[in-house]
Design a protein. Structure first.
Length: 287
């Protein structure tokens, strides 16, 4: 039995913490993988990190040694209490525990209430519960206050979907590519967790494009169009657009010829550039 597994079990026993599958509580028990996550996050002493799902704080304390501030957001009351008493109080003054659902966490409100004049640049490091991965990404990627980067432990299958491209493009991959660049750092076998999950995981790094000035309302329209195009994955994009936008068939074919995109393609065969061209051509039909 590894030292980290032994320590994890002891803490859970003392704190009467029973890992819950519904909350995605599978504790990482491999020290090297924690170090790989920290290395992948590319941190410096001026960084502010929002850590999601800090668990028992093993990664939290490693992050705190590298950065200016760690804001650890933990939903579970018992874990948040342990982190406050057993990690934040003892390990470092630059750790702040927030007992809250990350999907309801108001970044702007938090920083204003903690004496910041505005929301500062920040990075996200997270061992995400599998059941919130997609909605978490949508929430933070489309936020007014986007992180500089996200270094995430995800279900391996989700990570592979995120980095997919033509001919296997999908709405999740498109969403991530629209805002930045994703790379899988390493795979993590299920045996590196306790309790052991049924699937393998992967560490993925998403660097947000800092050059682009995003417009939230424009982005909403873009993804509304993307959802229409992906609404019938086995159907031709022409059919999906006709049904979703109620455009006359002949008019739609004329538009496709003008932008030089084959209307008979299926959604997964379009790349980000294709979607942007389609959006420019069809935007007037969506307002």
């Amino acid at each position: 039995m590894s030292e980290l597994l032994k320590k994890t079990r002891e803490i859970c026993k003392v704190m009467e913490i029973k890992p819950t599958r519904s909350k995605g509580q599978n504790f990482l028990i491999n020290e090297k993988i924690y170090d790989d996550i920290v290395r992948a996050a590319d941190l410096n002493e001026e960084d502010i990190v929002i850590e999601v799902g800090p668990g028992l704080g093993f990664l939290t304390t490693k992050l705190a040694k590298k950065v200016k501030k760690v804001i650890a957001v933990e939903l579970d009351d018992k874990l948040a209490n342990y982190l406050t008493l057993g990690v934040s109080a003892q390990a470092s003054s630059n750790i702040k525990i927030v007992n809250e659902d990350i999907l309801r966490f108001n970044i702007e409100k938090y920083f204003i209430e903690n004496n910041y004049s505005k929301v500062p640049e920040y990075k996200i490091v997270a061992n995400l519960p599998y059941n919130i991965s997609s909605i978490f990404l949508r929430t933070f990627l489309s936020s007014k206050y986007k992180p500089k980067s996200l270094t995430l432990m995800l279900q391996k299958e989700v990570a592979q979907r995120i980095i997919a491209d033509v001919p296997d493009n999908n709405l999740l991959a498109l969403s991530v590519a629209y805002y930045g660049k994703a790379n899988i750092i390493r795979e993590v076998k299920a045996g590196n967790f306790w309790p052991e999950p049924e699937v393998d995981s992967a560490v993925i790094k998403i660097d947000i494009n800092q050059e682009v000035k995003y417009n939230i309302e424009e982005d909403k329209l873009f993804f509304r169009l993307a959802k229409i195009i992906f609404s019938g994955k086995r159907k031709m994009i022409k059919n999906n657009l006709q049904a979703g936008l109620k455009i006359d068939s002949e008019e739609l074919e004329k538009i496709f010829k003008e932008i030089n995109i084959d209307s008979h393609l299926r959604p997964e065969r379009l790349n980000l550039s294709d979607f942007k061209i389609l959006f420019a051509a069809l935007k007037s039909f969506m307002v």
